[in-house]
Design a protein around this ligand. Structure first.
Ligand code: NAD
Length: 296
């Protein structure tokens, strides 16, 4: 099925990026939020990001304006009636997502494909809220969406092969490299990344090395662009904690269990960059200092 018109539900951090790349690739794109304030905030973010692309000469002023004009902001789900692909990027809550898909199922045309951008929830459980199991999959974009090249395309046991092909073609059309994965907690990237992030915290907890030495180990020894504790701060300690809980419940394996230090940090509000303190102190954001309190 050819995708001509796209719908994006949610215009937060991820939804705004997903809508932006669709519009930049030439798709008329309906984007929905729950209030005018949130819609304006999301669109403001898109405008700024498009301006940066234009400043860097990656798009022309005309392309910037045309991309923005392809966005159709709305508060109404009815506006998704003509979309060929609807991508959901609302908060990470299974009940809310199921409720949304149930409503959308009654509005969208029968042949439309539904996709969720979930990082950790079961795509299959969302699918069962609709009557279009064979046209349901995951499209897991990465943050920041306009810059990150990867999309995990998540097939369930019920996804039709032609629908999977359409989703792969769509991911390529918006300039991304798709990889195919099955609906198992964490997909490919988080299945490998989350145990690594948790293990770096365990290494600190067990006194294997200091914060800076653990980070330098992986940066300088393995060529990673940033060390694992810096990456924990960047992603948000609470976000990784939440994902690890879901993955632990799915697999019941120790490698997905959050270490006690991580639980304590979340409880204390040390969430990383966004709270100003995590494994590093960001009082001077350009020159983060290791949080020595944790090195005991
Ligand atoms: N943040 C990341 O790095 C990241 C990466 C990949 C995937 N994800 C996934 O993307 C999804 C969105 O995450 P986010 O970080 O953008 O969250 P966010 O909180 O920035 O945005 C979610 C937005 O959805 C809106 N919303 C809630 N219910 C809605 C509804 N019924 N209709 C329309 N809008 C609604 C909220 O008002 C909010 O603005 C989650 O499933 C998350 O797991 C996040």
């Amino acid at each position: 099925m050819e995708i001509k018109k796209v719908g994006v539900v949610g215009c937060g951090l991820m939804g705004s990026g997903v809508a932006q790349v669709a519009a930049m690739a030439g798709f008329p794109t309906v984007v929905r939020e729950v209030s005018n304030e949130l819609l304006s905030k999301g669109l403001g973010g898109i405008e700024k990001s498009l301006a940066k692309f234009a400043e860097k000469g990656q798009i022309t002023a005309e392309q910037k304006a045309a991309s923005f004009a392809r966005l159709q902001p709305t508060l109404k789900l009815q506006d998704f009636a003509e979309c060929d692909l609807v991508i959901e990027a609302i908060i990470e809550n299974l009940d809310r997502k199921r409720e949304l898909f149930r409503e959308l199922d009654a509005i969208a045309k029968p042949e439309a494909i539904f996709a969720s951008n979930t990082s950790s929830l079961s795509v299959t459980e969302m699918m069962t809220a609709t009557r279009r199991a064979s046209q349901f999959l995951g499209l897991h974009f990465f943050n920041p969406v306009p810059l990150m090249k990867l999309v995990e395309v998540v097939k369930t046991v019920a996804t039709d092969a032609a629908v999977l092909e359409s989703a792969l073609a769509y991911a390529r059309a918006v300039g991304k490299t798709p990889i195919v994965t099955s609906d198992r907690g964490g997909f490919i990237v988080n299945r490998l990344l989350v145990p690594y992030l948790l293990d770096s915290i365990r290494a600190l907890e067990e006194g294997v090395g200091t914060i800076v030495d653990i980070d330098n180990g992986m940066k300088l020894g393995c060529g990673h662009p940033m060390g694992p504790l810096t990456l924990n701060d960047f992603v948000g300690i609470d976000t990784t904690f939440y994902i690890s809980e879901i993955m632990f419940n799915e697999y019941r394996e120790k490698r997905f269990a959050a270490p006690p230090l991580m639980k304590r940090m979340v409880a204390a509000g040390m969430l990383g960059r966004k709270s100003g303190k995590g494994f590093y102190d960001y009082s001077d954001p350009k020159n983060p200092k290791p949080n020595r309190e944790l090195e005991r």
